[in-house]
Design a protein around this ligand. Structure first.
Ligand SMILES: [Fe+2]
Length: 199
């Protein structure tokens, strides 16, 4: 996927690096049809409408995220969040973090297993809609962060490495109300190569 932060209006859908049915059985084609094809498309459409007359017509997405508020911010952030989310999934993922990121996870969480446990707990404790992130601060130190609704962690200078969408629309088709099942499935298709590239 192209660097979404540098895009300007009119915003276009990021291309998926896999077919809609490629992540099954962990994420079904129907979920991708709706989550990517309807929800993300909706945020893109809203963003293109809201940016008109906002003073941000010539701004790139990063600038909009930094300086806008209300509905414009919410839709811009959802475009950004979903682009990061979809682009880190793969039917042939690197299933464990390696090299520098793998070492940093060991350093900051004790072990990969301890990280997965802590991240899962965080995702399950998030009340309502939002996102659970693995972020790095400027010194490279890792932490887990929850954000509500469309909020993004970069607003306080953190670099997001990977993220899970815990809005119900991300899992209701496949798992109904069972968020825990969706978090469990997520680990099978998360490509740590992408997180390493972002680190
Ligand atoms: Fe979503």
């Amino acid at each position: 996927m192209k660097n979404i932060s540098k895009q300007r209006a009119p915003f276009v859908m990021p291309e998926l690096p896999y077919a809609h049915d490629a992540l099954a059985p962990h994420i079904s084609a129907e979920t991708i049809d709706y989550h990517y094809g309807k929800h993300l498309q909706g945020y893109i459409n809203n963003l293109n409408t809201l940016v008109q007359g906002s003073g941000f017509e010539n701004a790139d997405l990063k600038e909009i995220l930094k300086s806008s508020s209300g509905a414009l911010f919410n839709n811009a952030a959802q475009v950004w969040n979903h682009t990061l989310y979809f682009s880190q999934l793969s039917p042939t993922p690197q299933s464990r973090p390696q090299s520098i990121l793998g070492a940093a996870i060991g350093r900051d969480f004790g072990s990969y297993e301890a990280f997965v446990e802590q991240f899962t707990k965080s995702a399950l404790s998030l009340f309502g809609s939002g996102w659970t992130w693995l972020v790095a601060d400027k010194s490279g130190r890792l932490s887990i962060e929850n954000t509500s609704n469309a909020a993004i962690p970069v607003t306080d200078g953190k670099n997001p490495l990977m993220v899970i969408d815990v809005w119900e629309h991300a899992y209701y088709i496949d798992h109904r109300n069972l968020r825990a099942e969706s978090v469990k499935a997520f680990w099978n298709i998360l490509d740590w190569r992408v997180a390493q590239q972002r680190y």
